[in-house]
Design a protein around this ligand. Structure first.
Ligand code: HEC
Length: 212
């Protein structure tokens, strides 16, 4: 337990530094995206307007007590939520976060199988699939608990997400370049991201209320 929480703290410290750099990058990317939307140069990337619509659609599905909390979030937090959405293009109308996580675990295991059998194609495809995991119905927020829906608690969400997904994309590129040793070296950083996010937003799954 102690080791795990120390690791989480280290990761949180490391990722919050990265977070600031990423935040400025995100804003630049957003500006570029909305510019290309206005000038109709590219239809492939979602524009800021598209992302706002997705977020508003998710808010509509929420019960009033959660809606109220989400509407009270700062622009900065909303921008980082939209930046996470911008990295995904698979939205489910029915699937829950637990189901998404089970699928993410399968993709993670498939990355390992690809590495262990020296199969760069399986490795890269699985890593890209993991990075572009499905977004559950209503988005991530409904599954995090009302106590976590505030600017302070959500400030880390983007960095946990990117330590998993950013490293998964790096792992995919390494595998595609035939560098399986580098791909293997990124497995640890990805799993640290999973563990850090679970330590922060999740307790032990499946605890029974029928035990002392
Ligand atoms: C953004 C934060 C975050 C990241 C990053 C994350 N998870 Fe999760 N994970 C959660 C939350 C929150 C839950 C609990 C969801 C619930 O019970 O509704 C969860 C639950 C799970 C579960 C349990 C599902 C169940 O049936 O209870 C598994 C397995 C899992 N995650 C795997 C992973 C793996 C593998 C990774 C990394 C590749 C990962 N997660 C990354 C937040 C995260």
């Amino acid at each position: 337990m102690i080791i795990q929480s120390n690791t989480s703290k280290k990761i949180a410290g490391y990722t919050s530094g990265l977070h600031k750099v990423r935040r400025s990058l995100i804003i630049v990317i957003m500006l570029v995206c909305s510019f290309s939307f206005i000038s109709s140069v590219s239809a492939a990337e979602p524009s800021l307007d598209d992302l706002k619509k997705v977020l508003q659609g998710q808010i509509k599905l929420m019960k009033p007590e959660l809606q109220e909390k989400v509407k009270g979030l700062s622009m900065d937090t909303k921008m980082s939520l939209m930046a996470i959405l911008a990295m995904h293009n698979r939205y489910s109308q029915t699937v829950t976060l637990r189901q998404v996580m089970t699928e993410v675990l399968s993709d993670f295991q498939s990355i390992l199988a690809g590495i262990m059998t020296d199969n760069p194609e399986q490795t890269a495809d699985s890593a890209r699939r993991l990075a572009n995991h499905r977004i559950p119905v209503g988005g991530l927020l409904p599954y995090l608990g009302l106590e976590n829906i505030n600017d302070e608690r959500l400030a880390v969400l983007d960095s946990f997400n990117s330590s998993v997904e950013g490293n998964a994309l790096k792992l995919a590129s390494a595998a595609e370049a035939g560098d399986m040793a580098k791909a293997a070296s990124l497995v640890g950083p990805i799993s640290s991201g999973c563990v850090a996010c679970h330590g922060y937003f999740r307790s032990q799954p499946g605890v029974s209320e029928l035990l002392h």
